[in-house]
Each structure stands twice: as structure tokens, then as C-alpha cells.
Design a protein around this ligand. Structure first.
Ligand SMILES: Cc1ncc(COP(=O)(O)O)c(C=O)c1O
Length: 388
């Protein structure tokens, strides 16, 4: 079946976080796509309501098979049922991991820039946030392994929250980079939690490697988090997965989940997850092709109209990291300038100090809407001069 990603669907007045405005703002910010979900997923949800009984529900064997099948065939990640736990979301899992692996006051390492909840959950849970800035090399982020080791040693880091693929930079860490990180963590006995929620949005020419496939011999210190919600644009459904290979570790995580009874999903999430992993591949392939075309459109537009914006082309995801430092000196002024032109992007500074004068642009929307948004960015920034 062919999907029409050009269709503009009105999301105003639906409670949408992305489209909350009362004016004509174009929202190209939060990581949520303006595309209708895959038909098999919508059908699966409809089947649940048609059945009509919405009682307590647990994951079925067919759901476990779907999860195992998807990750095995796409990423060579071999999972068994006992390696899989359910969680209401990846961010809740990040908070959970803090409580499984660390005590109040312990140091937790994250990269900078990083998806903001990596930082806020560490701080809100009373842990000490330690950051390691990513290095930009030839327009792409690299992990600074020397700095990571120094920070681990200096702060006696207990837990490293890694984001692979990286949000906001869109980098898909290579096998070599991941192995180097594992080597460092082994040396200092650091647990790694890898947030892999953007795994399925890896773009052509790049290969996503699940950290667990490299963790042989270190399984008791490695956990990965993922979800079908980002991949299939069903974030409102809520639901995610926790994978680990070590039984003791799984027991510890499961016990922590049971403290607050947060180990199960609602029946719509189970149904959506199963159909996504069983039948969502065709939608995903088409969505990714559309996203790649939108990335090309954006890169060309910016080269032509705002050549001083430095574009970090994503290796995964539909989020583009833009260095706007040629057009502003102050983060708030930059954000407000764009807002005044009725366009919303995420302010880079909310992803850490390395996000200074950067903006994150979401291109997962109909191309016509994207082009209108790009025109507004052009109008807003081309009037701005650093030296008035
Ligand atoms: C890296 C990363 N982790 C987690 C999330 C959110 O996960 P959830 O909605 O399952 O809490 C996002 C959403 O954008 C994300 O980019």
C-alpha cells in the first residue's frame, strides 16, 4: 500500500503538544511527525475497540515474537522473551535506571548537547550531572573519548547515559566508537544505558548497531531502551521497551519497576506495538524515503537562502541541527526572532551549553508545510545582521 505523506492533516484543537497555538505558527520542533500512522496500526487499535472489552491485558506470545523478530532481522540483535521488559516510556526508563544503578549524589555522565531529559532526570533525581562535550569533526559529532575517560575517572561516574542514534545531532555511532565506549566503561566499572529510540530512523548509508550486540562479557552492565512510538509516530500511545541480557540485572530492573507498579502498558500500546513490528515495515520505508527527500529540500534551501547556517546532516532521524551563530549572538534573541516570524524550532541551548546559538529543526511534515516554514526562517534571519 502507498501512503500519502503530502496530506496536510489539521492537528489544531486536538490537544497536540506540537500544534498548541491559537495563531498561524508553523511548528517544526518537538520530535513528532505530521504523518498519519500506518494503516495496520490503526486497524489493530480499531480491532481492540471493536472487540469492546478493554480489561486488564498482558503481553502475548505473539507480541514477544514480533519484538524479537523485528530486532533480530533488522539489527542482528538476538533477544529472548526473558530479555524484554515493558515500560511506559523511554524517559521514565531513564529515571528508573538512575534508581537501579545509582544512589543520590552519584555521578551520571551524559554528552553535551543531548536530548534535555537526559540532564533533567539526572538532576531531578538528585544525582550529579557530569557532561562530556561532543566534538565537531567535518560537520558531524564525535565522542571525545579522552574527555569521557577523564570525566569518568575524576567524578567516579557510575552510569553513562548514551544516546544512539544521537539526538539532537543525528549521529549514528559506529561499531568502533561504541566498542571504545564499552572498553572505557569496563575499565572503570561504569554501567551504560543506551537510549536507542531513534534506531529505526537510521537513514540510507548508515548502519545502526545496538550496543547489546557488542556487549559480550559485559552484559551485566549494559541496558538498552527503545520504543515503537518514535519510529511509527505514535508517541501519544505511550509505551517502550527495556532490553538486557543479564538475568540478575533484569531482576534488579524488574524489582525497581514493581515498586511503583510501572512494568506494563495499556492494551492499545500492546496492540499497536505488535502490529508495528509485524506489519509496519512498508510504512516505515516510505516515511524514511519522504524524510530523506525533505532533508535534501532543507539542505538545498538553506544553502541557497541562508548559506551561513551550518547544517549538520542527520545520519538518523528527521531532526536537523542548525548552527545559526552567524545570525545571532544571543539564544533568546535567536529564538524570539524566529517566533516573531511565526515559526517554532527547538532552541539549541535547551540541549546543553554546546547548543549555544543552535536550533533543532523537525522536517517530518508535508513538504509544502516544510517549505513555508523554511521561508519564514529565511524571512526572520535574513533581516538579522550580527553587526547592525
Ligand atoms: C532520545 C530520546 N529519548 C526519549 C524520547 C522520548 O521517549 P518517550 O516518549 O518514550 O518517553 C525522545 C523523544 O523525542 C528522544 O528523542
Amino acid at each position: 500500500m502507498l501512503y500519502n505523506f503530502d496530506e496536510v492533516i489539521d492537528r489544531r484543537d486536538t490537544g497536540s503538544v506540537k500544534w498548541h497555538y491559537s495563531d498561524e505558527t508553523i511548528p517544526l520542533w518537538v520530535a513528532d511527525m505530521d504523518f498519519k500512522a500506518a494503516t495496520p496500526i490503526l486497524n489493530a487499535i480499531e480491532q481492540v475497540t471493536q472487540h469492546g472489552i478493554l480489561g486488564y491485558t498482558k503481553p502475548t506470545e505473539a507480541l514477544y515474537d514480533a519484538i524479537i523478530g523485528w530486532h533480530g532481522s533488522r539489527y542482528d540483535l538476538s533477544l529472548e522473551k526473558q530479555n524484554i521488559l515493558f515500560s511506559p516510556g523511554v524517559v521514565p526508563s531513564l529515571a528508573l535506571m538512575m534508581n537501579v544503578f545509582t544512589e543520590v549524589g552519584d555521578a551520571v555522565l551524559v554528552n553535551d548537547p543531548i536530548y534535555a531529559p537526559f540532564m533533567t532526570k539526572v538532576e531531578q533525581n538528585g544525582r550529579t550531572l557530569v557532561t562530556s562535550a561532543l566534538k565537531e569533526v567535518e560537520g558531524q559529532y564525535r565522542l571525545d573519548l579522552v574527555d569521557i575517560e577523564a570525566k569518568i575517572a575524576q567524578h567516579e561516574v557510575k552510569l553513562y547515559l548514551l544516546c544512539n542514534p544521537h539526538n539532537p545531532g543525528g549521529r549514528v555511532w559506529t561499531t568502533e566508537e561504541l566498542e571504545a565506549v564499552l572498553t572505557l566503561c569496563k575499565k572503570y566499572n561504569v554501567t551504560i544505558v543506551s537510549d536507542e529510540i531513534h534506531q529505526d530512523l537510521t537513514l540510507s548509508g548508515h548502519i545502526f548497531t545496538p550496543l547489546l550486540t557488542l556487549a559480550t562479557g559485559y552484559e551485566h552492565h549494559v541496558v538498552s531502551l527503545t520504543s515503537m512510538t518514535k519510529t511509527f509516530n505514535i508517541a501519544g500511545i505511550k509505551g517502550s521497551l527495556i532490553f538486557a541480557k543479564d538475568n540478575e540485572l533484569l531482576k534488579k530492573i524488574s524489582q525497581q519497576q514493581h515498586l511503583n507498579d510501572e512494568y506494563e502498558l495499556n492494551l492499545f500500546a500492546y496492540a499497536a506495538m505488535r502490529s508495528a513490528y509485524e506489519q509496519g515495515g512498508a510504512w516505515l520505508a516510505q516515511a524514511l524515503a519522504y524524510i530523506e527527500a525533505n532533508i535534501d529540500v532543507t539542505v538545498r534551501f538553506l544553502e541557497e537562502h541562508l548559506p551561513d547556517i551550518k547544517v549538520m546532516r542527520p545520519e538518523a532521524s528527521y531532526l536537523i541541527w542548525l548552527d545559526c551563530s552567524a545570525y545571532a549572538e544571543d539564544d533568546k534573541v535567536l529564538y524570539d526572532t524566529l517566533r516573531a516570524a511565526k515559526i517554532e524550532l527547538n532552541a539549541g541551548i535547551s540541549y546543553g551549553e554546546e547548543g549555544h546559538l543552535k536550533m533543532r529543526l523537525n522536517v517530518a511534515c508535508p513538504t509544502a508545510l516544510l517549505l513555508e516554514g523554511l521561508k519564514r526562517i529565511d524571512t526572520a534571519l535574513s533581516d538579522v545582521s550580527k553587526n547592525p
